[in-house]
Design a protein around this ligand. Structure first.
Ligand code: ADP
Ligand code: F6P
Length: 321
């Protein structure tokens, strides 16, 4: 089937680089002679028919901006068969042949359902969590890690002046990649992630020993999926008497200008998704593995758990002794 028009939406938690991905989808579609529509507020806009035509100028001056000009939403209706049918009907009524969904694993589930209703879909991995399999990195992850590393650099200055310990809580509900990458890049002494069973008591004892052996500061990174930084700090105090200061980085990790890596990833993936649709592909999740663009069945992607990089985790701990 020859496609003539496509729509693009951003869904779930936003991430830096979503705008660069929207820009790439819109401009690649126009370059290839397609009509292109933007859906406001993710699946909510699809169900409520908030769909607008986009042109070259609609995506001007956004490559460097965090957030998403299309806005995003968490939409309960989309998880129901009725909501999914409404979304598909709206696309069909407008004669839109394909849909590019930029979002995380929940958004991919929605795209998968639409695919089963006959909509030609492409998923782009837009989330800071890096929790999507079949791509080395998700759009926004690189920026989020840079933000965490920058924050830890600042914390280190004051922690080492005062010979203190610091607990830094980072995002990552089910995936410890932000903690892992930021931990390796900033020399954290302990990295607590949902994928690894780390005993906080052991961390506390090691921290005490390290201070006794001349360490002037100590950084512990806690992915939110493990628990609260405050609780980790309280347990350390209770056990060894050290009082780590707690920093919760929160949504700061999801904002700000995307790094060049995220802009490039988003630009490559957006264009790839459009070319896949034009080539007649559908129901795929786009990613980059070892530098190569890949398209994997979205049904496989939503039923696969991303493998945690244990080797990198062990390296981070070895190097931070
Ligand atoms: P993310 O895409 O960042 O993981 P969410 O998990 O909140 O964010 O998912 C985004 C949206 O995707 C949800 O608000 C919902 O509209 C849709 N979605 C999530 N799970 C499903 C599902 N099982 N079926 C259909 N739609 C879903
Ligand atoms: O985007 C993913 C994520 O950042 C998770 O790590 C976090 O738990 C969640 O979103 C929080 O998002 P919100 O406050 O928008 O629900």
């Amino acid at each position: 089937m020859t496609i003539k028009s496509i729509a693009v939406l951003t869904s779930g938690g936003d991430s830096q680089g979503m705008n660069a991905a929207v820009r790439s989808v819109v401009r690649s579609a126009l370059f290839n002679g397609l009509e292109v529509y933007g859906v406001q507020r993710g699946y909510y806009g699809l169900i409520h028919d908030d769909i607008r035509p986009m042109d070259l100028r609609s995506v001007g001056d956004i490559i460097q901006r965090g957030g998403t000009i299309l806005q995003t939403a968490r939409c309960k209706e989309m998880t129901t068969p009725e909501g999914q049918q409404l979304a598909a009907d709206n696309l069909r009524r407008r004669g839109i042949d394909g849909l590019v969904v930029i979002g995380g694993d929940g958004s991919y589930q929605g795209a998968n359902k639409l695919g089963k209703l006959g909509i030609r879909t492409m998923g782009l991995p837009g989330t800071i969590d890096n929790d999507i399999p079949f791509t080395d990195f998700t759009i926004g992850f690189d920026t989020a890690v840079s933000i965490v590393v920058d924050a830890i650099n600042k914390l280190r200055d004051t922690m080492s002046s005062h010979e203190r310990a610091s607990v830094v809580e980072v995002m990552g509900r089910h995936c410890g990649d932000i903690a892992l990458y930021a931990g390796l890049a900033s020399g954290a002494e302990a990295i607590l992630v949902p994928e690894m069973n780390v005993n906080v008591d052991d961390v506390a004892h090691r921290m005490k020993q390290n201070f006794e052996h001349g360490k002037r500061h100590s950084i512990i990174i806690v992915a939110e999926g493990v628990g609260k930084g405050e609780d980790v700090s309280a347990r350390i105090t209770e056990l060894v008497g050290i009082e780590p200061r707690v920093t919760v980085l929160g949504h700061i990790q999801r904002g700000g200008t995307p790094t060049h890596n995220d802009r490039i990833l988003a630009s490559r993936l957006g264009d790839f998704a459009v070319r896949q649709l034009i080539a007649g592909e559908s129901g795929k999740a786009c990613g980059v593995i070892h530098g190569q663009l890949v398209a994997t069945d979205i049904d496989t992607v939503v039923h696969t758990k991303k493998v945690f990089n244990q080797e990198m985790y062990e390296l981070a701990l070895r190097l931070s002794q």
